[in-house]
Design a protein around this ligand. Structure first.
Ligand code: ASP
Length: 434
């Protein structure tokens, strides 16, 4: 992934690409007369859309290896849980609980407010049509329902390789990408238990696989400004001004979800489990919060978080260092919340009805994706693409979201970092015997 300055430049170029694509697409949608519509459609389907998909295809190519290696490496980093005893288990429990609440908030408000449903039916049909029936596959798959017990059992894959190969195959009735994630979690946990000298090659392999996948994604992102311009053109030409209303609703719902977690859930958790006044906490943590907002990177914020935790919040150094270092890459509530809203929003835009069971699967995937997401700007995007592919929502639509992603990234990273500090505060209040 690009460094901080380079990533800001890239984000600016992607935004510019989106702006140009949307403006040209809107103009084309308005100015091309009805008799020229067939020619415009030919250009869109034959040239502009395929050109825009190049960078996405490069990302799709590495989604499976990235997810496997990210979750194995992320879980391996938690290896100290055993040696740190109760502190480790308590921080793990607090992280999972806060992550589950954040995904619950996401699912609750996105179902309640339905930001993706504001699109008029004719526009939605045009959109679904132009993505060659991909969403139809999902509707068909949704109707082949299986008993809940089978669905749950399928999360533990009989053959993880087969699940990885068929992760994006709509006819696959196994656990798909979620089963791959569960397998990776097992591998990561087992690696922390197996003797280190015997697993060092395997560790190096997964770390290498992760680095290489991230480099390939950074290649893809270099093409993103052009790709987003093309895909923005396609969507604006087909949806016209309705697109902006829908997009505005999406941004509003993401910000609402993040605010609920930041200003209701965290203060409540701090009061209940740490006996701490929320205002004092936010005052003590403000420097880390501001750094997270401006860098969009939990990793880049880590040194400030550690300083703030020790000096501003009075958390003992051994707890602060342990909880925050792991949390920077493995506890990302804002990211989990954002992924849940984004995936369900795009499903609504494409009229893909997700059953309760499928929504539960999305929730689990988002919680695990929170472990696998790198704490760098845009770290969650490949995982969003993975989840979209897994539920057969056309992942091309991520193009619109990519254009405004930097702003949402700043906001969700703020939450990721605050969440780590909340966990550290709770654990320091109840450390138990180490
Ligand atoms: N930028 C986020 C972080 O560093 C990760 C993401 O959601 O993209 O925490």
């Amino acid at each position: 992934m690009p460094g901080d300055a380079a990533s800001s430049r890239l984000a600016a170029r992607i935004l510019a690409g989106l702006g140009i694509g949307l403006a040209l697409g809107l103009a084309a949608g308005i100015l091309v007369p009805p008799e020229g519509r067939a020619a415009l459609d030919w250009w869109i389907d034959g040239v502009i859309q395929p050109a825009g998909r190049i960078f996405l295809r490069i990302i799709f190519m590495v989604v499976v290896p990235l997810i496997i290696s990210a979750i194995v490496v992320g879980t391996m980093e938690m290896g100290d849980i055993r040696t740190l005893g109760r502190i480790g288990w308590r921080s793990l429990a607090a992280s999972i609980a806060l992550s589950a609440v954040s995904v619950g908030v996401a699912l609750g408000i996105v179902n309640l407010l339905q930001p993706g449903s504001s699109l008029p039916a004719d526009k939605r049909d045009a959109l679904v049509e132009s993505y060659s029936g991909a969403s139809q596959k999902s509707i068909e798959r949704g109707s082949q329902s299986q008993p809940l017990s089978t669905t749950l059992l399928n999360f533990i894959p009989e053959n993880p390789l087969a699940e990885a190969v068929n992760a994006f195959n709509p006819a696959n009735t196994g656990g798909g990408l979620l089963a791959v994630m569960v397998f990776s979690l097992f591998v990561g946990v087992a690696m922390t238990v197996a003797p280190r000298e015997k697993t060092s090659t395997l560790r190096g392999f997964f770390e290498g696989m992760f680095e290489v996948s991230m480099v390939i994604i950074s290649f893809a992102l270099r093409l993103a400004p052009f790709g987003v311009a093309c895909l923005g053109f396609v969507i604006a030409a087909r949806l016209g001004l309705d697109l902006f209303r829908t997009l505005g609703a999406y941004v509003g719902v993401v910000l609402l979800g993040l605010s609920i977690q930041q200003f209701l859930v965290y203060p409540l958790a701090l009061r209940l489990f740490a006996g701490r006044k929320p205002l004092d906490f936010f005052r003590g943590a403000r420097e880390a919060i501001a750094t997270a907002f401006s860098t969009s990177s939990s990793n880049a914020t880590l040194p400030v978080s550690i300083r703030v935790a020790e000096a501003g919040l009075g958390i003992p150094p051994r707890i602060a260092r342990f909880v925050l270092t792991i949390g920077a890459s493995a506890n990302q509530n804002g990211t989990a919340l954002y992924e849940g809203i984004t995936v369900l929003f795009l499903a609504q835009v494409f009229g893909v009805e997700l059953t309760l069971g499928q929504q539960f699967t999305v929730a689990l995937m988002c919680i695990m994706a929170g472990i696998g997401t790198a704490g760098v700007p845009g770290g969650s995007l490949p995982l969003v693409v993975g989840v979209l592919l897994a539920i057969d929502v056309p992942p091309d639509a991520i193009a619109i979201i990519l254009g405004i992603d930097r702003f949402l990234d700043m906001c969700r990273t703020t939450l990721n970092v605050t969440g780590d500090l909340v966990v550290a505060t709770i654990v320091s209040k109840n450390p138990g015997p180490a």
